[in-house]
Design a protein around this ligand. Structure first.
Ligand code: ATP
Ligand code: MG
Length: 331
């Protein structure tokens, strides 16, 4: 059977790219019967500055969002990365197989580090920890946005290096790319960039926590082009096509169906249609998340229960890894 592993950083409210591209896809895989490990990547979040008190709140916010989106903590294993020490332990072993040159060349590292005066080593090692996150459960599939493909290639390469030195130990994790375009929603303010949590312009993304009014407002300000008709053409009309993609994800439609529905509407009017579809899709999730968030004890219980289950799986894999490497504890 497939073992799917996915993580999300607790760095503030999720945007619709994270929701449709990562969370909802995980829920659908879970509901189709895949074995899902889903974790809150709190260790990853430390690669940029986090206020300790805010981090704790963010972990609970994200837990509430995941449950509200349909993650079922009995069928899937939901936990925080820091509660399973094996992620960090395996990361060290992999760090010794990774090369500086390979990591320093990754576009995401280059982009993010270019904006910093002092670059934390953790930012460079981020993809190695990501590899550990998957391999420590012998994960076979990782649902990712296209922004993560290169990181998954790092993981495959680490698997090859590990096997070459120590013998076959892990499956090579495969990316699960979406067919519905959910793996790359674009910024509403600049359709040449992906929608991103770290974008400084709040109008660039719609958050899962946004009210219906805010959704409409942000969509009305979304950058399109000078052609009023609604047509789907990712190459030449990225802004309008991104609106169509959002509409399709929210209302479970194909682009041709959305375009047909937009017949006779200009892009301005069409934005209202998209806003209505989005409000309908997100409203119930937003309300369930808010209700769950008022029950922090329940959320902590879910995470504790998940951590116990995750540790059992990680221990088993890690022990066999130690033996391979020659670090088996003395008998
Ligand atoms: P940051 O700007 O801090 O990197 P982010 O918006 O890229 O934030 P991440 O926490 O890095 O969010 O990614 C969480 C998940 O959401 C990953 O699986 C990633 O592939 C997916 N994802 C991120 N951005 C998008 C997007 N624009 N469209 C679809 N999926 C996305
Ligand atoms: Mg990212």
């Amino acid at each position: 059977p497939r073992r799917v592993v996915s993580g999300l950083q607790p760095t503030g409210a999720l945007h619709i790219g994270n929701y449709f591209g990562a969370v909802r896809r995980c829920v659908r895989l879970q509901d189709k019967g895949d074995d899902l490990m889903i974790f809150i990547a709190d260790l990853h979040s430390l690669t940029t500055h986090q206020d300790p008190a805010a981090l704790q709140e963010n972990v609970l916010d994200l837990t509430a969002c995941l449950l509200a989106s349909g993650i079922d903590p009995d069928r899937s294993v939901l936990f925080t990365q820091s509660s399973v020490a094996r992620h960090s332990e395996l990361c060290w072993l992999l760090t010794c197989l990774a090369t500086h040159a390979r990591l320093a060349h990754l576009p995401q590292y280059k982009d993010k580090s270019a904006k910093m005066k002092e670059v934390p080593l953790g930012l460079l090692l981020y993809p190695v920890l990501q590899a550990a996150d998957v391999l420590v459960y012998r994960g076979t599939h990782v649902p990712v946005g296209v922004d993560q493909l290169q990181h998954l290639q790092v993981a495959s390469q680490l698997v090859r290096t590990f096997h070459h030195r120590f013998g076959r130990t892990f499956p090579t994790p495969k990316p699960l790319l979406a067919e519905d375009g959910s793996d790359r929603l674009l910024s509403l303010r600049d359709p040449s960039k992906k929608m991103s949590k770290s974008d400084t312009d709040p109008k660039s993304c719609i958050l899962l926590t946004d009210s219906d009014d805010t959704i409409l407002l942000k969509l009305r300000k979304a950058v399109t082009d000078f052609t009023p008709q609604v047509t789907f053409d990712r190459e030449n009309r990225p802004g309008v096509s991104n609106l169509i993609a959002v509409h399709c994800l929210a209302a479970d439609k194909l682009p041709e169906e959305a375009v047909e529905e937009a017949d006779g509407l200009d892009t301005g009017r069409y934005k209202r249609v998209v806003a209505a579809a989005l409000s309908e899709a997100l409203g119930p999730v937003r309300e369930r998340a808010a209700a769950l968030r008022r029950r922090p004890e329940l959320l902590r219980d879910v995470l504790r229960h998940g951590a116990v289950r995750a540790r059992v799986r990680a221990d088993e894999v890690y022990e066999s890894v130690l033996a391979r490497v020659g670090l088996a504890p003395p008998v």
